[in-house]
Design a protein around this ligand. Structure first.
Ligand code: PHE
Length: 355
């Protein structure tokens, strides 16, 4: 193309190119347009190439004009191609959304297995007339021990090795991370008049190395009932009902003597093994859930010690009560066949997704 550029044919070319650009709507057409005007053998490129043939005195001006036009056309082209891209996405069959495709499932979060069990346990007691309270995890030594009939220097303190908090404050002894939810027994009695029926879920801490059945922090659910005339039969009836709701109608329960300074008498409660006594598929001799004993310990309990009642301001001649404490992780382990308590705090989504 031996077109020598001059002001006239430059402007003409520009008008023409712009006009044609407007008529082109698809990416394909626009690309053809671009080759025609701006490509290596394009019209505008040809004009630029022939710049050297223009008279020397107007070459500079014409060169500038040509470059201006080239830039303008490039910009216009970019705009057009962008607009075409957007509408192509809307219209082309390649990119359109196939509404018949099955959707991706939404990943729903869910409650942690411990939380699920805590809620189940609280529900069971709520339906039996208990209410739910919570208390501090950082606790006075007094409530964790003294108020529970565990005086300083009593060897029973060794049962609850704990983590102490350094502090200058010493209102009710030193400050510690509570080792059980039992301190809430005393706090509740200090603040309420009988009758009392309450369960207390919450976190507890012990100075302990973790292994498959121990953690240095875990949950408990405490229970406390105080009224006139409550007896061990009330304790039994309530906990039997609870065991059936959580572990199934056929459950049997067993009580054995145990020692906790804040109850008298103190017991541990077991349920008969739901794995080998119900299913028939697991032989009791091979059962790993109950370790071949037929029974599974699920909580400590007992009648509230008169000294604990008295210290909290209740008249032990008028009132009696029962208390219990259970570990929801342990219940979850039994119910779901989890073999290691450390899974609960490993934050492993593969574990958590199973519940
Ligand atoms: N607090 C006791 C523990 O942590 C459990 C318990 C609670 C026992 C209430 C008896 C009554 O081991």
């Amino acid at each position: 193309m031996d077109n020598i550029p001059d002001i006239n044919n430059i402007n003409e070319t520009y008008e023409k190119a712009l006009g044609e650009l407007k008529d082109n709507k698809t990416e394909q057409d626009l690309s053809t347009w671009r080759t025609k005007y701006l490509g290596r053998k394009g019209i505008l490129t040809g004009l630029l190439r022939n710049l050297k043939s223009t008279p020397i005195d107007s070459r500079r001006e014409i060169g500038q004009q040509l470059n201006n036009i080239k830039n303008l056309l490039e910009n216009n082209y970019e705009e057009a191609i962008n607009a075409a891209g957007k509408s192509d996405n809307k219209n082309s069959s390649v990119n359109h959304v196939d509404i018949t495709m099955p959707g991706r499932p939404i990943q729903n979060g869910r409650l942690h297995p411990t939380t699920q069990i805590i809620r189940e346990v609280c529900e069971a007691f709520l339906s039996m007339g208990f209410d739910v309270a919570e208390g501090p995890e950082v606790e006075w030594e007094y409530y964790n021990f003294d108020a529970l009939n565990i005086p300083a220097d009593h060897p029973a303190r060794d049962m609850w090795d704990t983590l102490w908090v350094e502090s200058d404050k010493q209102e009710k002894g030193n400050i510690l991370l509570r080792t059980h939810t039992s301190p809430m027994q005393a706090r509740i009695m200090e603040n309420r008049e009988p009758p009392v029926r309450v369960v207390v879920p919450g976190k507890v801490f012990r100075y302990e190395a973790s292994d498959a059945t121990h953690e240095w922090h875990f949950y408990q659910v405490e229970g406390l009932a105080v009224d006139q005339g409550l007896t061990f039969a009330d304790l039994k009836g309530t906990l039997f009902e609870f065991a059936k709701r959580i572990f199934g109608e056929n459950r049997k329960i067993r009580f054995r003597c145990d020692y906790f300074p804040f109850v008298e008498p103190g017991v541990d409660m077991s349920i008969d093994c739901f794995a080998c006594s119900d299913s028939g598929s697991i032989e009791p001799e091979n059962c790993s859930i109950c370790k071949r004993t037929g029974w599974i310990e699920i909580m400590g309990a007992g009648m509230v010690h008169p000294r604990v009642l008295e210290q909290a301001g209740y008249d032990p001649n008028k009132y009696t009560g029962f208390a219990f404490g259970l570990g929801p992780e342990r219940i979850a382990m039994l119910k779901y066949g989890i073999d290691d308590i450390r899974h609960f705090y490993s934050n492993d989504i593969r574990f958590l997704n199973q519940f």
